[in-house]
Ligand binder design. Structure first.
Ligand code: ADP
Ligand code: MG
Length: 231
């Protein structure tokens, strides 16, 4: 919690309060697992990070001005070490084409999570003027707005409430193993909902927070993308 406070203070000291960089560390401080990786601001550093990760990596543009990275080609999945330099330049070029004055903080290099075994979910929070912090859970990924398969509870949520949330969405059978797939780690999802609920209860300065996707795997969950707005 102390670490989370320090991280949030550095964000509040800046003008820019919409950021993904510190958001990953914040999740980490609350025991929510994130993919290994780092955010770098030159191709050589990107290669160094990639070399320290087993297998191919995922590379993403990091900019407070780009909210939906994949919409502008700002996410590259399955990048081999030999392609890291090109991918880096390409991501920056695409971002500049999209918005010439975009504040580009760098590129995130991440371990690749095996989506074939997992389900992309979303866990989020919005502060409702009437109800206060509203926790959201649903089917995640880039089509979340189209599918709108979500459910809500006021934070702080209990374990039973969090578990109910995982049962309420239309896609609930996918989590429990459909079409011969292994069931995913429901306990990991409910724990993540609760930890996030605790985080936003501890820090009212967090106005909005989304983990999308939280990839739910048979043996755990991973917060692959997080977006956060502070006061
Ligand atoms: P955005 O939501 O801004 O477009 P994301 O980081 O959520 O960017 O990436 C978009 C999609 O790319 C994810 O929904 C997921 O399908 C895929 N993806 C992103 N990061 C990873 C990763 N580390 N491993 C596997 N797939 C990933
Ligand atoms: Mg996302």
């Amino acid at each position: 919690r102390e670490r989370a406070r320090e991280i949030l203070e550095t964000v509040e000291d800046r003008d820019d309060t919409r950021l993904g960089v510190e958001a990953m560390e914040l999740l980490d401080a609350y025991g929510i697992e994130t993919p290994t990786g780092d955010i770098v601001d030159d191709p050589a550093d990107a290669l160094e990070v990639a070399e320290n990760i087993d297998g191919d990596v995922v590379m993403k543009i990091v900019s407070p001005d780009i909210l939906h990275k994949s919409d502008i080609g700002g996410v590259k999945v399955g990048v081999g070490n030999e392609d890291v330099y090109d991918a880096y330049e390409d991501l920056v070029t695409r971002a500049k084409n999209y918005q010439p004055d975009a504040n580009i903080l760098g590129v995130q290099v991440q371990e690749m999570v095996n989506l074939d075994d997992g389900v992309e979910t979303i866990v989020g929070m919005n502060r409702d003027p009437q109800f206060g912090p509203l926790m959201m859970f649903g089917l995640g990924g880039i089509f979340v707005e189209i599918l709108e398969d979500t459910t809500f509870r006021v934070a702080p949520v209990s374990e039973a409430e969090a578990e109910d949330m995982t049962k309420e969405i239309d896609a609930a059978p996918m989590l429990r193993g459909a079409r011969g797939n292994d069931p995913v780690d429901i306990g990991g999802i409910t724990e993540t909902i609760q930890r996030l609920s605790q985080l936003v209860t501890d820090f009212p300065a967090i106005l909005e927070l989304d983990i999308n996707p939280l990839v739910a795997l048979p043996d755990g969950v991973k917060a692959v993308d997080v977006r956060l707005t502070v006061d």
